[in-house]
Ligand binder design. Structure first.
Ligand code: FUB
Length: 344
């Protein structure tokens, strides 16, 4: 539900109805990456603030400075905020804009993966390490070599391999990496450097991580999303093509790649046979919410599947002041995900 229509919304009603409500209300949180570690639910969200930055289509108003980790004993328990887990001032290579993070665990250590703009204004992805799932996390001195753009999501496959998915167009700068190096040419407009509407859409990226989870084993590869005939989705197919917010979950041996369509405000998914794809487009997971952005994770908790997502209903429609929510997600007998209506 994009911003222009918020004046018609009865927020009083929305914020009191028996529909999914914010997991926490004392801070604004967004872009939730949820995992179960040692039987407990941990959520790694962005921490939204109003830093007074002007609104633009590059997302300058998303000027977040730190991360807080949330935890829940069960899906119905209250979420606990564990305080500041990482601050941008403690990341040597980063200057600003701590956008959507993810985390994963290996051999008793916890790894927080996060995007930020470096001192040249280029989004990179960094890693920070902790002995606890809640942090505090100690960042590596440099961003991951060969990383770029935003929205990291780290998937652990059953064979113990970890894969980093990432990318986002417009403010996420993916369109500036089409030739393999950052295209610094002006204009900085979010629409410059994009494919034409009749060309294949830009693909999110994937690379397998090294055993210590600190580097890429390979040059990031395209995550190809095709239609039912095997043709790449086109840039003009705005209701289906990738924009940002990669996530990967595995269900009944199939790989489900899900993502946001950004300016058309859907969460969609595609299915493949391996972590690299190609993935065939299947449908919508979530219809538009209040606020411009939509970003999620999908997590199994005690045999049921849940969609963690955000909206801007608590802030009455302020796009950069969002709240994390959770709702059950259903795979039907054929493995199709039933589309969720956020306010019904
Ligand atoms: O939170 C900042 C950005 O907004 C995220 O990185 C995008 O996915 C969108 O949710």
């Amino acid at each position: 539900m994009p911003e222009e229509s918020v004046e018609n919304i009865d927020f009083e009603d929305l914020n009191n109805r028996a529909i999914s409500q914010p997991l926490v209300r004392h801070i604004y949180t967004a872009d939730p990456s949820a995992h179960v570690f040692n039987g407990k639910i941990y959520i790694y969200p962005s921490h939204d603030i109003d830093a007074g930055e002007a609104f633009d289509d590059l997302g300058s108003h998303f000027a977040m400075e730190d991360y807080h980790v949330l935890s829940m004993d069960s899906i119905t328990s209250e979420a606990v905020d564990h305080g500041v887990a990482l601050h941008v001032n403690d990341v040597p290579w980063a200057e600003k804009q701590l956008w959507a993070p993810d985390a994963n665990e290996k051999d008793g250590k916890y790894y927080l993966f996060f995007p930020a703009k470096d001192h040249d204004g280029i989004f990179r992805i960094g890693v920070a390490i902790s002995d606890l799932p809640t942090g505090p996390f100690v960042p590596q001195a440099e961003a991951i070599k060969g990383s770029f753009s935003i929205d990291p999501a780290v998937f652990k496959d059953d064979d113990g391999s970890y894969y980093l998915y990432f990318g986002g167009i417009w403010g996420g700068q993916l369109q500036r990496w089409r030739e393999g190096i950052f295209n610094a040419a002006v204009p900085e407009s979010p629409l410059a450097h994009l494919p034409a509407v009749n060309e294949p859409a830009l693909c999110p990226k994937v690379a397998r991580l090294t055993d210590n989870l600190l580097e890429l084993t390979e040059t990031p590869q395209d995550v190809l999303i095709t239609d039912e005939n095997g043709n790449p989705l086109l840039q003009g197919d705005a209701d289906r093509r990738f924009f940002e917010a990669s996530w990967l979950h595995k269900y009944n041996g199939k790989y489900y790649f899900s993502y946001s369509t950004g300016d058309t405000h859907f969460l969609c998914y595609a299915i493949g046979d391996n972590p690299y794809g190609p993935f065939t487009y299947q449908g919508k997971i979530l219809n538009p919410v209040v606020g411009w952005t939509t970003h999620h994770s999908i997590c199994e908790v005690e045999g049921k599947w849940y969609l963690f997502y955000h909206d801007s209903s608590l802030s009455k429609g302020v796009t950069h002041l969002r709240s994390v929510k959770v709702t059950e997600l259903t795979h039907d007998a054929e493995g199709k995900i039933q589309t969720i209506e956020p306010y019904e």
